[in-house]
Design a protein around this ligand. Structure first.
Ligand code: SER
Length: 316
């Protein structure tokens, strides 16, 4: 019987923690981690690991066949800031991998798919406070366009071919295990590293730039919860809004100053400011709460404490 899980992009910021969470839950033998590059030691040694280029259909199909995979988490993607530098490459990676997995699900080679979307699907014309699930969506970044398009295809494959694909629009994610790779919200992770190493931070976003954010443990729980939910409860097959906390760089600075009073922040916005300005400040996630019981746990001060405590251990 097929019963294994494949994580594509397992060495990335989300993939690393998702792999560990799924191994803890289902047992190491049931989870296959894969990535185009090698990742941290623990991830590679404590269970199945495959080097995999997810744009290569035959290679993906082979792993799915060999390990008897029935569920895929497709976490490989090029994030917002990097994608602006390599638009064609980002489009190719973000879309080709999704089509490969959707087509394998359509052909019944896998049963269930998780694919992450993002707050980047929204744009300047979207209402920015408490952004509703259904609203104007005119993304202005390559990454946002790829995620919005992906959402349309997920819903299409569900309605047309019955593919069981589930998705969440992640906000900016904060974690200490693996660093983020080229997003606009990365400052909210970098700032903790710099606070401990140098006592100061030069932020690439301007004061007052409020963005929706979330601690990784909340994001992982949301991911596992939506995948656990009975099929009939997952009513939205594009992607669910997901809210956690909302803050601006100066709010993180103040939160850090409660622990490290001498910490200083200065602002030097770059091209990422325009990306951040096009995204909402806060998210209405009532559909996720209603349909599959979503609830966030961590507020900013709790996140700050966890980040500083754990990074301190890593640096010492
Ligand atoms: N964290 C992502 C980024 O900044 C948003 O999904 O690109």
């Amino acid at each position: 019987m097929k019963s294994r899980i494949l994580i594509i992009g397992a060495c990335g910021q989300i993939g690393t923690e998702l792999t560990i969470a799924l191994r803890n839950r289902f047992g190491a033998d049931k989870v296959v981690a894969s990535d185009i590059r090698e990742g941290n030691e623990e991830l590679m040694s404590e269970g199945h690991f495959e080097l995999l280029d997810a744009t290569d259909f035959a290679a993906v199909e082979d792993v799915i066949f060999r390990y008897k995979i029935d569920t895929v988490y497709l976490m490989a993607a090029m994030l917002s800031a990097i994608a602006e530098r390599f638009p064609a490459k980002a489009w190719h990676l973000n879309m080709t991998t999704l089509f490969h997995i959707l087509n394998l699900a359509k052909d019944k080679k896998v049963k269930k798919v998780f694919w992450p979307s993002s707050i980047a699907v929204f744009g300047e014309t979207t209402p920015s406070e408490n952004t509703p699930q259904l609203t104007v969506m005119e993304p202005s970044t390559v990454y946002g366009i790829s995620k919005q398009t992906g959402e349309r295809w997920c819903e299409y494959y569900h309605k047309k071919y019955g593919v069981d694909v589930r998705s969440i629009r992640y906000p900016g994610l904060i974690s200490y295990t693996t660093e983020p790779g080229g997003g606009t919200t990365d400052y909210a992770v970098d700032i903790y590293h710099r606070a401990l190493k140098h006592g100061n931070y030069r932020c690439f976003l301007q004061e007052g730039t409020v963005l929706p954010m979330m601690y990784m443990e909340d994001a992982i729980r949301a991911t596992i919860n939506i995948m656990d939910a009975p099929k009939k409860d997952v009513k939205i097959r594009s992607s669910y809004n997901l809210g956690g906390v909302s803050f601006a760089p100066e709010d993180v600075a103040q939160s850090i100053q409660k622990v490290i009073p001498a910490f200083e922040i200065e602002y030097e916005p770059d091209f990422r400011q325009a990306i951040a300005d096009s995204w909402p400040g806060s998210i209405d996630d009532s559909e996720a709460r209603k349909d599959w019981g979503w609830e966030h746990k961590f507020d900013l001060d709790a996140i700050t404490k966890i980040m500083l405590d754990n990074l301190k251990l890593q640096y010492s």
